[in-house]
Write a protein of this length. Structure first.
Lengths: 107, 119
């Protein structure tokens, strides 16, 4: 199975800050990577797929980049409504695996 | 907008069978190309993909669980289901259903239903 490692496991930043979350795959996965946002008490939400394609309706302050083994999710200007846990997921083939999550809070 | 809602018992005794259903609204589970998925999250842990069922009825399972789980479709109710026999405490988790219309990433999710295995 492919292992997905996210860093950091948690972060706290002021409103307006640029925030970056990293996801590393244990082997190359091309651009077969998705990012999800999970707010407390809410339904998990697809943010980005194919490493950099923004899902319809997702604010443009979210962006994704990377290919191969190293990927990043960037929030260009952190907003209070962005408080959530963020997960990456590879989809090269069965079994699909997720990162352990990054908790984002407001400082 | 596609919506999914899990249903099933919140408490299951060890060695019994866990059965969960996911009701889909806003789309037909016979939608061409749709994959219907179960994912779980153990307490304090990350997400684990359990498996998915294609609209044709073909199933794909996580090899770590393949011998234990069964997915099925009920087109009359626009539902898909998960069955896990002989549960143990290790099956205690929040269970999510989700859809994959465009590929193998999950575009819509249910709220998740917590399941505890305990006597």
């Amino acid at each position: 199975d492919i292992q997905m490692t996210q860093s950091p496991s948690s972060l706290s930043a002021p409103v307006g800050d640029r925030v970056t979350i990293t996801c590393r795959a244990s082997q190359g996965i091309s651009n077969y990577l998705a990012w999800y946002q999970h707010k407390p008490g809410r339904v998990p939400k697809l943010l980005i797929y194919s490493a950099s394609t923004l899902q319809s309706g997702v604010p443009s302050r979210f962006s994704g980049s990377g290919s191969g083994t190293d990927f990043t999710l960037t929030i260009s200007s952190l907003q209070p409504e962005d408080v959530a846990i963020y997960y990456c997921q590879e989809f090269t083939g069965v079994p699909y695996t997720f990162g352990q999550g990054t908790k984002v809070e407001i400082k | 907008q596609v919506q999914l809602q899990e249903s099933g018992p919140g408490l299951v005794k060890p060695s019994q069978t866990l059965s969960l259903s996911c009701t889909v609204s806003g789309a037909s589970i016979t939608n061409a190309g749709a994959y219907w998925t179960w994912i779980r999250q153990h307490p304090g842990k990350g997400l684990e993909w359990i498996g998915y069922i294609h609209y044709t009825g073909k199933t794909y399972y996580n090899p770590s669980l393949e011998s234990r789980v069964t997915l099925s479709l009920d087109t009359s109710k626009n539902q898909f289901s998960l069955r896990v026999p002989s549960v143990t405490a290790a099956d205690t988790a929040i269970y999510y259903c989700a859809s994959a219309f465009e590929g193998y990433y999950f575009d819509f999710w249910g709220q998740g239903t917590p399941v505890t295995v305990s006597s």
